[in-house]
Design a protein around this ligand. Structure first.
Ligand SMILES: C[S@@+](CC[C@H](N)C(=O)[O-])C[C@H]1O[C@@H](n2cnc3c(N)ncnc32)[C@H](O)[C@@H]1O
Length: 269
């Protein structure tokens, strides 16, 4: 269902289509957070709330705050988290929001790639931590992958460039693991940063198009009317079909690089 707010282009249903594959990086991220009983936990860009639900299960005594700019995603989060009284959901822009109290854990999964110059935001997030507090972030690192290169090439082609110039993020939207290591070390934290390439096995018609419809393709779809969006999607699907062919079993292999950092404000005696 399209969102009533034209600026709110996130759609919970489309995003959650690949829920299982999308939730694994968050679980791998959280596995490296060794906080025993965080009292105050923030999830910046909490989306549909699956991460908040995971954290509420792991730390039942924690007070959790989920922040997101999208009314559609927050409505889905409210449904997912309904009975959990210890979760507060806030609609706000991550670039300007700040917590009222120090946090024992700040998590941000798949948000920062949407925020230009997010080194500054990361430094601010580090400043929210209580002594011994933890910060955990994950971003997709696939901007050089065919899925994204083909999208940018098509948007920059003569047919589309007038309408789509500047709507897509470039390959420099995220840092590599060393980049996040430096930013968070400079912010006074002890950092563990790494990268992983997941091999997603997708099936069904146009599976890579269906994946990117929930994320990378959103800004394009939001900038076009329905007919143009359909035409663009058809052209994009054709090039994706060549770049990501199905095998004899009908499976499409979709490698997906992701970058992680888990950091801690170590208490100095
Ligand atoms: C890819 S989703 C990730 C959601 C969730 N963290 C997860 O792992 O499933 C990105 C989320 O960031 C939110 N978002 C994007 N820009 C934002 C901003 N400037 N401030 C707050 N939230 C933002 C979107 O509304 C969306 O819910």
């Amino acid at each position: 269902m399209p969102s009533p707010d034209r600026r709110d282009t996130w759609n919970a249903q489309t995003y959650d289509r690949f829920d299982d594959a999308r939730s694994r990086p968050f679980q791998d991220l959280l596995a490296r957070v060794r906080s025993v009983a965080p009292a105050q936990v923030i999830d910046l860009g909490c989306g549909t709330g699956s991460g908040l639900a995971d954290m509420a299960r792991r730390w039942p005594a924690a007070q959790l705050v989920g922040v997101d700019a999208s009314a559609d995603m927050l409505a889905a989060a409210e449904t997912e988290l309904g009975p959990l009284a210890e979760v507060t959901l806030v609609r706000a822009d991550a670039q300007t929001w700040a917590p009222e109290t120090a946090a024992d854990l700040v998590v941000s999964n798949a948000l920062l790639q949407w925020i230009p110059d997010h080194a500054q935001l990361l430094t601010r997030m580090a400043s929210w931590l209580a002594p011994d507090g933890w910060l955990a972030i994950q971003v997709p690192g696939n901007f050089e992958a065919p899925s994204h290169q083909l999208l940018r090439e098509l948007a920059d082609s003569p047919q589309w460039t007038d309408r789509l110039g500047g709507v897509l993020r470039g390959a420099n939207s995220v840092f590599d693991a060393a980049g996040y290591f430096r930013i968070l070390t400079d912010a006074g934290l002890t950092v563990d940063a790494w990268e992983t390439t997941y091999l997603h096995v997708l099936t069904g018609p146009d599976p890579v198009l269906r994946w990117t419809s929930g994320t990378a393709l959103r800004p394009v779809l939001a900038a076009l009317d329905d007919d143009a969006a359909q035409e663009f999607s058809g052209q994009y699907a054709a090039s994706l079909g060549t770049a990501y062919p199905a095998d004899d079993a009908g499976e499409v292999l979709f490698p997906f690089r992701r970058v992680f950092a888990v950091a801690r404000r170590e208490e100095r005696l």
